[in-house]
Write a protein that binds this ligand. Sequence first.
Ligand code: F6P
Length: 320
Amino acid sequence: VKKIAVLTSGGDSQGMNAALRAVVRSGLYYGLEVYGIQRGYQGLLENDITQMDLRSVGDIIQRGGTILRSARCEEFKTPEGQQKGADILNQHGIDGLVVIGGDGSYHGANKLSKLGIKTMGLPGTIDNDISFTDYTIGFDTAVSVVVDAVNKLRDTMSSHARSSVVEVMGRHCGDIALHAGLASGAETILVPEVEYNLDEVAARLRENFAKGKRHSIIIVAEGVGRGEDIVCDLKECHASIDARVTVLGHIQRGGAPTPFDRNLASRLGDFAVRSLINGESDKGCGIIKGELVLTDIDKVVNTKKEFDRDLYDLALRLSQ
Ligand code: F6P
């Protein structure tokens, strides 16, 4: 490859800028021309492409969001849209593309590779729902946002001997809930990967208060349902429980990326560029047990992320 482009697509995540910086600076270091595509596949179809230089990614490693901006693009899901995208890249002479995003973004990269563009996927999403990587870029920051919020909620919940139901993001994946739940000492963690029974949840809450606990934290992954509905159900069936809901929403997608996310993004961004130079294509970049790995995108998008049941059981054991 001689000319590569980079785009950020789908829901943004903290650390996308650090990944972008790594792609641009590594690309230039290895003698490539590097182009930035605005607003993901939408910007590609609108030919919104500019050349990047060292300074164009200065002062962004610490910033949340993405300076290239992001979008979800319906037109690119059609074969005509994908062909148009490949044609535009060919017109620029761009033969390699790094896509930073989640599942949908990986699908797009897979389609473009079948049309002759060499592609690499970088896992940029807070959800940690991409297979063949232990962590996605943004996940660690999102977890720390949730933990920070729970710390604050504990103060007020303790004063009133209340239960706090905290709804967190993650789409169909319970990882944000699990990791934030373990780190914040939540008594209950509801995730789509594990069935739950509301009577048991209520019994646990009552036991905890009887044991002398002054508050109780219930983390609910959005893939399970709405936190508000859990509070209503609890109130309906277990009138003695005084619960309040907090929906953290898009706060989880904002703020400065943690050092972990910046370093992960830097390593993966550089790895994507080196992999393109080595002739690899149609691969997702990931990190498994500290090692950088490449996996066929087809395999990545068709494999469900494994849920860490041991970690879940540990969180429950420790929160008694
Ligand atoms: O995939 C990231 C994510 O934040 C999910 O956790 C959430 O379900 C979704 O995006 C929200 O999407 P939007 O920003 O379009 O409301």
